[in-house]
Design a protein around this ligand. Structure first.
Ligand code: ASP
Length: 436
């Protein structure tokens, strides 16, 4: 079997195993998993976490060396400015398209209303929610992502107090990217001798990181099985019944972006065959789906783009790390739909201006959201406070119930959009990509 087939099989088996645990290994009275099933889930958790850590451990050397060899390979600062400009334009445009798809669907299908009235059952759930649990989750994500959504905080997080801190900040790639770009631009300017020494070392580090990720990916079927089985065992069908319409609106919007707007962009702007790109991206898509972390998936995306799609190190090294941090189409779309849904449930009529501010905030906060699981919840707190909803923890408690499957899907969308950006930028730079 090919690697992607193994991962797909692991995912399907895990869905079946996890759902069986959820359905048949729960105590009829308490509704909790039986002790033996709890132990089994703890094993899944252990294996899944180990796999995520194996993926993440390569991020720092890979991102740093990729950016440096990528930008220095451009030879001139103007080359970097051109590439950076195209990349940011692509990122802003696709995030906006994604948000607008979400906004249209949530306004058309109104998941928070029943017969034109706010859904009383969901509203009651928000009012009765246990607030501390949701609060803890938000704090944890904030801890992981360094205040994920705070807009001005982005700049503070970008500049480390000490250059070496940029290498140790888990999950926070902005500082690493900033230091790497600065170093790379500096390298273009220094003496040939100095440049050669640093570049030689960095291209060795880059090669080595790619090799390690290749080894890690041999364990992907096991890691993916553990991650997906754990999630499936914890996500019952019950909650989807209550929040079903919301769940499907988010899903439909994400899939529309993934399978309609993205291929159109690839075909029209990139002038490439979208099917070839989906094929090249099978591994990253499945890794993103099972880990729900675009940062952890970055090494896999980088490898697939270089080896399967034929994108140069120059472009992939510059476009992808930036994308994994600032370009989150799925997240931006999700934030917008979630906030509109909560407003509908609470009977808040949002006019054009309010909706416009939701769109703008979704766009801006998605830039600051870190590529870790559930990170968008922090940004959602910021937006709902902004539109005047006070009990944000209770709201997050409600959204959390169905967050994981949606997180998996939006992370896949985030990663796919980054990869399309790399293809489109590579084509615009005259590269022959996706030849097979
Ligand atoms: N989990 C997402 C990612 O890593 C971020 C989010 O939307 O929560 O891309």
């Amino acid at each position: 079997m090919k690697p992607w087939q193994q991962i797909l099989l692991a995912m399907v088996l895990a869905l079946v195993a996890g759902s069986c645990l959820n359905a048949y290994a729960t105590d009829g009275v308490t509704g909790e998993l039986m002790p033996w099933a709890t132990r089994l889930v703890a094993v899944f958790d252990f294996v899944g976490t180990l796999f995520m850590q194996l993926l993440k451990m390569v991020i720092v050397p890979l991102v740093f060396s990729s950016i440096i060899t990528g930008i220095a390979g451009l030879g001139k600062v103007e080359g970097f400015a051109r590439l950076g400009g195209k990349t940011l334009l692509y990122y802003a445009a696709t995030s906006l398209i994604a948000i607008l798809i979400g906004l249209c669907l949530v306004n058309m299908l109104q998941p928070g209303l029943v017969d034109g009235e706010p859904n009383a059952a969901i509203k009651e759930q928000i009012e009765n929610n246990e607030e501390t649990y949701a609060g803890n989750v938000v704090k944890k994500v904030e801890g992981d992502s360094g205040k994920g959504g705070a807009i001005w905080g982005i700049f503070l997080r970008m500049v480390p107090e000490n250059i070496f801190q940029a290498f140790g900040s888990n999950g926070q790639m902005l500082a690493l990217i900033f230091v790497a770009i600065l170093t790379a631009i500096g390298l273009i300017k220094i003496s040939d001798e100095g440049r050669k020494a640093v570049l030689g070392f960095m291209s060795g580090v880059n090669e080595l990181s790619m090799l390690i990720i290749q080894w890690v990916m041999m364990l992907a079927p096991i890691g993916v099985f553990a991650l997906v089985a754990e999630t499936a065992s914890a996500t019952g069908i019950e909650i989807i019944k209550v929040l079903g319409k919301y769940f499907f609106v988010v899903l439909a919007a994400l899939l529309t972006h993934l399978f309609v707007s993205m291929p159109i962009l690839l075909a029209v702007v990139g002038k490439v065959n979208p099917l070839r790109h989906y094929k090249a991206m099978l591994n990253p898509l499945m890794t993103a789906f099972s880990t729900a972390s675009s940062s952890a998936t970055l090494p896999v995306t980088m490898r697939a783009l270089r080896e399967k799609a034929g994108v140069s190190n120059r472009v992939s090294g510059t476009v992808l790390p930036l994308g994994a941090t600032v370009n989150m189409d799925g997240t931006a779309l999700y934030e917008c739909v979630a906030v509109m849904f909560v407003a509908q449930v609470l009977g808040l009529e949002l006019g054009f201006l309010e909706q416009f501010s939701v769109v703008t905030l979704a766009l801006l906060t998605s830039i600051g959201v870190a590529g870790v699981p559930s990170a968008s919840l922090v940004a959602i707190v910021i937006i709902i406070n902004n539109v005047g909803i006070a009990n944000s923890e209770a709201v997050i408690g409600l959204l959390l119930a169905v967050d994981r499957p949606l997180d998996m899907t939006r992370t896949a969308v985030n990663v796919f959009s980054d990869s399309c950006g790399a293809i489109i930028v590579a084509k615009s730079e005259g590269e022959d990509v996706l030849q097979a």
